[in-house]
Design a protein around this ligand. Sequence first.
Ligand SMILES: Cc1ncc(COP(=O)(O)O)c(C=O)c1O
Length: 430
Amino acid sequence: MGKSKDKPAALGGAPVFVQTVQTPEFPKLDNWKQVTDEEAQVAYDMTLRNELSGGTPVVREFEKEWREKLGVKYAITVMNGTAALYSAFFGLGVGPGDEVICPAYTWICTISPVIFMGARPVFCESDPESMMADPEDIRRRITDKTAAIVVVHLWGNVCDMDPIMEISRETGIPVVEDCSHAHGAMYKGRHCGTIGHAGCWSLQGSKPVSAGESGIIATDDTEVFERACLVGQVNRMKGMDLVTEKYAKYQPLGTGMKFRAHPVGVGIAQVQMRKLKGLNDRRSKYVSEVEAGLKDIPGVKPVKVYEGAVRGGFYGFPIIHIPEEQNGLFTSTFVEALRKEGLPAHLSGYPLLHTLPIFAEGFDLYTRNRGPLCGDYPGYNKGDFPVSEKMVEKLVFLPVLSDPVPDAVDRVLEAIRKVASYADQLVDAE
Ligand SMILES: Cc1ncc(COP(=O)(O)O)c(C=O)c1O
């Protein structure tokens, strides 16, 4: 690849994207608005109907649509994705002394619920090409205390579910799928979230299906469903919770914990869900076009997508930086130069979980030296997950565009190409 005609802005040239008064920091690349009049109208109508609490008709309808879309027996809305994960782990009977395997590279809420059940997180490596949990490393970390495995379809990419479910079949350890970044993603013809024993989604404000704040859990497992109802669904209308007699005497109060979703949020999410296919089609087209263009640019490559996976949600758009192909240019310098071109790229914002003080040093969760993260808790050190540690340093996040302005793909690629072609001079300036 020859040098681009113009120098990068980081070396004193003109940026690819010209800033305007309307977009003082970065130029407008996307025409998409997450919420529109449609969502506002639903919120207005529901408020006037005083449909503001409990398992209302809209909540029931949304759960039914979710069940039908995914082809699962049960779906329950909850107040956020964290509560969905809490419900799933509680549903699976995770408890004191247990261990739950989770990738070190994910958002903390994937695993945080288990510590409140007295269980310990056991972190695993991710495949550096896909960023998804590495099945072989999951296998290595199984002990006789492993009560569950949670995998995450991070940034809309899809875990290699066949080997993960094979481990589950061999060992009897159940699998939770955290789909908070991957609404609408599929694996070998099946919806993500329906392959493991429970699927959990965040419907938080920036998610591909947003309620503002809410979450949902789906499962085919009656025991998981009934226990999830016990932990979070006080006083639901008859017929919306238990299906067997096992926990009947505890209802309608259950355990008295309450994770119920706000119905207005669910109403908003219902509108968003109906727009999901269009959103995914547009995001997928943009991401694929940019990824195709990366092939001619040294020092950058798309993340790996497993055979049979169809990405969805696209909560983030990571690509992999290869400094060795750019004269050893630091990834941080590369990102900074892209930003100077007016392209809002950034490094990975997620800390690896084993480096957080709570998990690295342990934490006296219940005070007086009690809880799963103290006593003989071994803790973690930097260096314990060399593959993931190296992987996150090389991730560069490009903007996710949902309704790109004309030429957005060309200009995104132009910025990357220009910076890559001047890598030698950028290294000299480092
Ligand atoms: C991977 C992942 N899991 C779980 C959650 C928790 O979702 P919530 O914020 O709705 O509780 C998030 C939130 O961003 C997430 O990114």
